[in-house]
Design a protein around this ligand. Structure first.
Ligand SMILES: [Zn+2]
Ligand SMILES: [Zn+2]
Length: 208
């Protein structure tokens, strides 16, 4: 499985990830924050068809290009059901508070805990990790994790927002992420790459 990171929404420094199977030439876009045309062109340049648009959660800085990208590709928008109401509502997705009015079409598919998403011959497993938002998910691939705003390099997502829950976030990270092998590479929704092992020993927000 191939992974490429794009930063298309500089104000929030959101990471958009392209994940694809080079042999079968199909892939997914995770958290298309902005600039659908750039994402689409990049997928064409890399030689794969976008089958899914997956949002790790429904905040405005992760969903901005959903609608346009769906128009360009016909890909299915996928999110956990508990964050679906954020897609259409700039107050619930907080974009309105940043003078950045974002909406997205409703999801085509709701993702559930432990569900498997097939991308060509490769697979991503959905982990429901509520805390930063009630419908936050992480995606587990072979040796790597897309962590959204749940886990960052030596940090975690905000829990001071309406709908966030600090205890739930801690529980999600401990019970669903820190049980993964230490060498698992973590690609977060903001900032640089880390590993589960590094976060288990260095993350100041998770106290055992
Ligand atoms: Zn967020
Ligand atoms: Zn974010």
């Amino acid at each position: 499985m191939q992974i490429k990171k794009l930063i298309l929404l500089e104000t929030f420094d959101t990471n958009t990830y392209l994940i694809w199977d080079r042999i079968e030439k199909v892939g997914t876009v995770i958290d298309p924050a902005n600039k659908a045309e750039v994402i689409f062109k990049e997928s064409q340049r890399l030689g794969f068809e976008i089958k899914y648009i997956i949002n790790t959660h429904g905040h405005g800085d992760h969903i901005g290009a959903n609608g346009k990208l769906k128009e360009l590709t016909g890909a299915e928008i996928c999110i956990h059901q508990l964050d679906n109401d954020k897609l259409k509502n700039p107050e619930l997705n907080f974009s309105i508070f940043f003078d950045y009015h974002v909406t997205s079409p409703s999801a085509d598919r709701f993702l559930e805990d432990n569900e498997i998403i097939s991308i060509g011959s490769e697979q991503l497993k959905v982990l429901h990790t509520p805390g930063h938002s009630i419908g936050s998910i992480c995606l587990l691939g072979n040796g790597f994790l897309i962590s959204g705003d749940t886990l960052f390099f030596e940090g975690v997502g905000r829990t001071d927002l309406p709908g966030s829950d600090e205890n739930e976030l801690r529980q999600s990270i401990k019970e669903k992420l820190f049980i993964l092998p230490d060498r698992t590479k973590v690609f977060p929704g903001h900032g640089g790459v880390t590993t589960i092992g590094h976060e288990k020993s260095h993350n100041p927000f998770i106290i055992f």
